[in-house]
Design a protein around this ligand. Structure first.
Ligand SMILES: *[C@@H]1O[C@H](CO)[C@@H](O)[C@H](O)[C@H]1NC(C)=O
Ligand SMILES: [Ca+2]
Length: 332
């Protein structure tokens, strides 16, 4: 049995290595470097390639701090390259933390907008923006009864005419949202923003379970190509450290394939609000799960199946030989 074990282990090791290489190859293939911010941040010199820093933002070796835990700060980072990809998923690793136990704020935003580098009152970005905001609001400005707790994650689509109303926590302009306790965690916290076939889906990994949990889905969201990704944060009377650890943009395939050849160039808009639905646990790396059966996925499944069969075959063969050894022993 020693031989069986050794051969099986070795084969399994090769098999796993192969899987890892494939997985890595996939992810890297779809990762768009020009819209991605990962450690180490600075290239040669102090500048961070493809990203602008405005306001109170500062870079360290391990994080980009949009605001520190001090009052009245505004900071942002903006991608210098417009996004010409139609379907994408942005993975954000962030950390919001500070000394405040009950009083902290205000939160941060992830942006896909026409304008960039303009500081302002909407979590550090300008008001009356044109594009999409995913807002991570940690402080409840609402004095009346609440229909949700804070921190609260929500989306807002704007064609430049809507005002974000802090006094109502943006509730009357929000597309959809969910509560999420993402602050002061000692594990890593992530958000995934997927925009595919005019469907916006935000998932969170903020429970330390290494898995995506759906925050909301909104249908009929129209965003043009050519806008910019950014992240901003603000503190007011209340403060927090708002850190971005990484931003990774993956290109997705269209599932419906019904898209016309022309790219959408109109104003951002949203048809209707998402119906409330139950939270679904997605495996980590969810950006691959919703992509339909594209060619490379089928190819990988075939390769893995063949490898799996080969492993079974070899193990079976070795065991069979062992058994015939035993039967031979019995006869002679
Ligand atoms: C902009 O959005 C507002 C609110 O959704 C809407 O009433 C208005 O018609 C839009 N304007 C344009 C030019 O699309
Ligand atoms: Ca608020």
């Amino acid at each position: 049995m020693e031989v069986v074990r050794r051969v099986t282990c070795r084969l399994l090791a090769v098999f796993l290595l192969f899987c890892c290489v494939l997985a890595e190859w996939n992810t890297q293939d779809y990762l768009k470097r020009e819209h991605t911010l990962v450690k180490p941040y600075s290239g040669s010199g102090l500048a961070v390639p493809q990203w602008d820093f405005v306001g109170t933002t500062m870079v360290t070796n391990n994080f980009v701090r949009l605001t520190s835990d001090h009052q009245s700060r505004q900071g942002a980072i903006w991608n210098t390259q417009p996004c010409m990809i139609k379907n994408w998923e942005l993975h954000v690793q962030f950390k919001v933390h500070g000394s405040g136990k009950n009083l902290f704020g205000d939160g941060f935003g992830i942006w896909y907008t026409k304008d960039r580098n303009q500081l302002g009152p909407v979590f550090g970005n300008k008001d009356f923006f044109t594009g999409m905001a995913i807002l991570f609001d940690t402080y409840s400005n609402h004095n009346g009864p609440h229909n949700h707790e804070h921190p609260y994650v929500s989306a807002m689509i704007n064609n430049g005419t809507l005002h974000y109303d802090h006094d109502r926590d943006g509730t009357h302009t929000e597309l959809a949202g969910c509560e999420a306790k993402f602050r002061n965690k000692d594990y890593d916290t992530y958000a995934a923003i997927r925009y595919q076939d005019n469907i916006l889906k935000v998932s969170l990994d903020t429970d330390g379970k290494n898995g995506w949990k759906e925050c909301f889905v909104a249908h009929g969201v129209k965003l043009p190509i050519g806008y910019f990704f950014g992240a901003s944060a603000a503190t007011g009377d209340l403060a927090d450290n708002h850190d971005i650890i990484s931003l990774k943009l993956y290109e997705l395939d269209s599932i419906t394939k019904k898209e016309d050849s022309s790219d959408y160039r109109g104003l951002p808009s949203a048809d209707f609000f998402a119906a409330p639905r139950d939270h679904i646990e997605d495996p980590k790396g969810a950006f691959m799960s919703g992509g339909g059966w594209s060619g490379w996925k089928i190819f990988i499944i075939i390769v893995l199946s063949i490898l799996g069969l080969a492993v079974c075959g070899v193990v079976g063969y070795v065991i069979f030989n062992k058994n015939s050894d035993y039967s031979r022993k019995r006869f002679y």
